[in-house]
Design a binder for this molecule. Structure first.
Ligand code: NAP
Ligand code: MG
Length: 512
């Protein structure tokens, strides 16, 4: 893909080559350069059996949508349809709310230990079907199989395990004490970047606390939520405790406005988050919003630079940059900026872009044509505004939606590429001289979801972290998730926390 082979290092680190080089007769000068290319290593899709058509999951069964509408979900790496999926309308939302209300009393009345057993069972079944879920996540959304396999699916199971553990200990979970009651029927709307994982973040705490839920997956990635519906059936979760309503934005809007909903949990764009907040203003429907971000990854001059470069790459190219907490703004101390950018550029050219099902792929397909054009528009704006664009040159597949990893140098804080979420594999780089300037630049954003700090000095990391307006601050790592850790934002990144004991709070009424 690129001119990145470095023969001297390869010879030095390869035992056999070194041994041969040591032999007196070896004509080292005339040896042909060794290129270490990756052979294709595609994950087999043999054991994945998708249905041709999926209905809505209401009251424990797959049912026809009221308006009879179906839409294909496609594989963004090939543009081929994978299955037809029912599209929920307002009438379906009403049906799901009725099923949920009918189920809620008995579910809430179950002893926590019993509810926990169901949640635990869901976790186990996700593990049992992990390989299939990983493949389907990759087919439907375009993310590399190594990410679905090693991150999305195991973390989704971990969230169910973690909240299963809280179900019988709710009295000890939150400060303040008092009786704890579920909110009731919760509507949950998730985006396309981590489809099953976001469903797990939402469903696991809701179920553990005795709520019943109606989940609206994203338009482009409904399939793993529908496989989860099969898992819920297999777990014998009582009918109506979870309904899953695939559909477009109008289904989400109907869910937000439905009679009989007690709480909405939303992850997605700030624009839709605002619309939801306006729709619910003045009602007593609870709301949590997990919106976008423009997170700063700050590299100080005393950082271990090679590790920092790995963290920068992980921060912005993980999941093609379709990550709300992506480290999309790199702030690097001026004294090491040139060095860091050189190392980063060298590393970027080694990223393997292409078939998401290939186990070696680092950067997969962009999730949809719409997202690809949004990325293209913002990158064009960056060029127009005068930032310096460098984009990896590599062979991309003929079909599907692709965007080669890119960076912008001299990205001024006023540029759109520094202010707006690109949600793609594009990094905006700027420099700073002092701690104070780093903090000021990092906080100069409408968002405040996450940040990274790279330094060898613990005291510096703590001092800077305390001044950052960011829900999560990683030190010498990035995009590290754990179900025990709360996640959420400041400012336009939203409010409410998911994960950890704090993630239970939005789903309960305390002192009830
Ligand atoms: P989005 O439009 O906010 O979609 C998120 C979810 O909300 C999807 O399930 C979507 O359904 C649904 N939805 C759309 N319009 C709605 C409405 N009026 N009322 C209720 N629900 C509605 O986000 P997107 O278009 O997928 O992505 C656009 C931008 O959002 C991205 O570029 C990125 O900036 C941000 N984003 C953030 C996150 C995050 O994790 N914070 C995740 C994804 C996207 P449909 O899929 O059917 O439209
Ligand atoms: Mg799809």
């Amino acid at each position: 893909m690129s001119e990145t082979t470095t023969e001297p290092q390869v010879a030095a680190t390869n035992g056999h080559a070194a041994a041969r080089a040591a032999a007196p007769q070896a004509p080292t000068a005339s040896r042909a350069p060794v290129r270490w290319e990756y052979a294709p290593a595609p994950e087999s899709t043999d054991h994945v059996r998708l249905r041709d058509r999926y209905g809505l999951f209401i009251g424990g069964a797959f049912v026809e949508p009221a308006e009879g509408r179906y839409a294909p979900t496609i594989n963004p790496a090939t543009e081929e349809p994978l299955a037809e999926v029912a599209q929920a309308s307002a009438a379906d939302v009403e049906r799901a709310v009725a099923a949920a209300r009918a189920a809620q009393g008995a579910w809430a009345a179950l002893p926590g230990l019993e509810r926990g057993k169901y949640v635990f069972r869901i976790a186990r079944l996700i593990q049992e079907r992990a390989r299939e879920l990983a493949i389907v996540e990759t087919l439907d959304g375009g993310k590399p199989i190594k990410e679905s396999r090693d991150v999305d699916i195991p973390l989704a199971a971990a969230h169910f395990f973690y909240y299963a553990g809280w179900a019988d200990k709710l009295a000890y979970a939150l400060p303040g004490g008092g009786a704890i009651a579920p909110r009731g029927v919760v509507g949950q709307i998730v985006p396309w970047n981590f489809p099953l994982l976001m469903a797990a973040w939402k469903l696991a705490p809701a179920l553990a606390t005795g709520n019943v839920a109606i989940l609206k997956p994203a338009d482009t990635t409904p399939l793993t939520a529908l496989l989860l519906a099969e898992i819920l059936q297999e777990a014998e979760l009582p009918d109506g405790v979870v309904s899953i309503l695939p559909g477009d934005g109008s289904a989400g809007a109907a869910l937000v406005r439905a009679e009989g909903i007690d709480k909405i949990a939303f992850t997605g764009s700030t624009a839709v988050g605002r619309d939801i907040q306006a729709a619910l203003a003045g009602t007593d429907v609870g709301l949590t919003l997990e919106l976008g971000g423009k997170s700063a990854n700050i590299v100080f001059e005393d950082a271990a630079l090679d590790q920092a470069v790995e963290g920068i790459v992980q921060g912005i190219f993980f999941n093609q940059g379709h990550v709300c907490c992506a480290g999309s703004r790199l702030l690097v101390q001026e004294s090491v900026a040139e060095d860091v950018i050189d190392r980063l550029w060298t590393r970027m050219q080694k990223l393997r872009v292409g078939d998401p099902l290939d186990k070696n792929t680092d950067v997969g397909a962009i999730n949809s044509a719409a997202q690809l054009s949004r990325i293209g528009e913002l990158v064009a704006a960056g060029v127009d505004e005068g930032a310096g664009l460098r984009q990896v040159s590599c062979a991309l597949p003929d079909r599907g939606y692709w965007f080669a990893p890119a960076l912008f140098t001299e990205a001024s804080p006023a540029h759109r590429i520094s202010r707006e979420e690109i949600f793609g594999p594009v990094l905006a780089i700027t420099t700073f001289r002092t701690h104070a300037e780093a903090v000021e630049k990092a906080n100069n954003s409408n968002y405040g979801l996450a940040a990274g700090i790279w330094t060898d000095k613990g005291s510096k990391a703590f001092e800077v972290a305390a001044k950052l307006q960011a829900g999560v601050v990683w030190q010498n790592t990035y995009n590290h998730f754990d179900p025990t850790a709360a996640f959420g934002g400041f400012k336009e990144s939203g409010f409410g926390r998911e994960g950890g004991a704090a993630g239970l709070r939005p789903y309960v009424r305390q002192g009830a």
